[in-house]
Design a protein around this ligand. Sequence first.
Ligand code: IMP
Ligand code: MG
Length: 176
Amino acid sequence: MNIRPLLTEEQILTRVREMGREISKDFARPNEENALPPVALILANGALFFAADLLRRIDFDVELEVLRISSYAGTQSTGEIKLSGVFPTEKIRGRRVIIIDDIFDTGLTLSHIRAKAIADGAAEVCTCALLSKPDRRVVPDSIDYVGFSIPDHFVVGYGLDLNGAWRTLPYIGIIE
Ligand code: IMP
Ligand code: MG
């Protein structure tokens, strides 16, 4: 199996820094000094690396919750989103929530988690992914922050895996 580089470590980190600045600016609000900090819902394992880099570039405090999610078998989405563990319903009630995933593909995962957060009483929900494959979308939802739009190829690295492999590559490549 060959991995053809698509995004270098440097390209990724440059873009992640920009996204951090964008989110910092959008979330900056006066007169909210006593409000609880926003909660980042990190969809693991895929978004762990992206979230770690992004959240360190955001200039306000954020609390973290990690959700274990799976919907893929090999290179195919099963269309069924499995959440293992407990959704942090109590914590997000009345709070601003930033949902962070590695890639916005069919869109099912982020739209499902967004709907769940809204149903559980989050005050405001925004979604964020490093990558997006616009050609694959099956839901009408849009996403608030995207790093890169890419063509419909299966990619690995920087958190993205193929059955658990290649997740720790520092760059993103296409599986050939
Ligand atoms: P969605 O629900 O179809 O939007 O899929 C989102 C999830 O599918 C992501 O969190 C990834 O775990 C996985 N996924 C989608 N495309 C890829 C890919 O190209 N490489 C690795 N994982 C992917
Ligand atoms: Mg994932």
